[in-house]
Design a protein. Structure first.
Length: 218
């Protein structure tokens, strides 16, 4: 749900990973790398006497749910409020989906198997009703949802928390804010609603980003 509360938010403009006037969408990801997987000692048995074998060195590899960023969309011109892109060409038709949101850049990105397929400038929570940070999961989908607190339509709603924080279609304009939800242009919300599944991860950060080849681990 959108309320006109924020002033002077400015516009998010991205080049590649970071805001600028041309380039790719921001990758809105946790900056933390996965912890190395501790290797377990292995023992060989020769006859009846176990012979210990040296423990191999720990290898730094992504966690099982990690996704490596393989592509970032090209976005021409300033990425301003109300703008969005969606391009699945060249991306896998199937694969795990991760949505990343960086409140600092005010941008949401959608990755399928590491390929960015969509990005949009967003609205987020007002100061007294902030958008929560962290790794969340989609727990409900409702294309025609109406807020039971405010009576406002929340089209193509993807619920993230029990207290109603969601991604949903909104009139995304500079100076707008929400009651904690992530508001995206309604046409973009419909696209996201079509590909998202219950249980898909949504990672919300505030200024933490990874470059190409980085692992999304949250």
């Amino acid at each position: 749900m959108r309320v006109s509360l924020r002033t002077g938010l400015g516009v998010a403009m991205l080049v590649g990973v970071v805001g600028a006037t041309a380039g790719g969408a921001a990758m809105l990801l946790s900056a933390e790398r996965p912890a190395p997987l501790a290797a377990k000692p292995v023992a060989k048995v020769a006859a009846a006497k176990p012979v210990p074998v040296a423990t191999p060195a720990a290898v730094s590899t992504p966690a099982p749910e990690a996704m490596v960023v393989r592509r970032v969309l090209n976005i021409d011109g300033p990425f301003t409020h109300g703008r969005w892109v969606w391009d699945e060409d060249g991306a896998p038709a199937k694969g795990p989906l991760v949505v990343t949101i960086d409140l600092d850049a005010q941008v949401l990105s959608v990755f399928r198997d590491g390929y960015e397929i969509g990005a949009a400038v967003v609205l987020y929570g007002a100061d007294w009703k902030p958008t929560p940070l962290g790794a969340l999961k989609i727990t409900e989908k409702d294309a025609d949802h109406v807020s039971n607190l405010y009576g406002a339509p929340m089209p193509y709603m993807l619920r993230l928390t029990n207290d109603g924080i969601s991604i949903h279609g909104s009139d995304v304009q500079e100076g707008g804010a929400t009651h904690g939800c992530i508001g995206v242009p309604t046409a973009f919300a419909k696209k996201l609603f079509g590909v998202a599944k219950l249980g898909d991860r949504v990672i919300i950060t505030n200024g933490k980003r990874l470059g190409m080849g980085g692992a999304i681990t949250a």
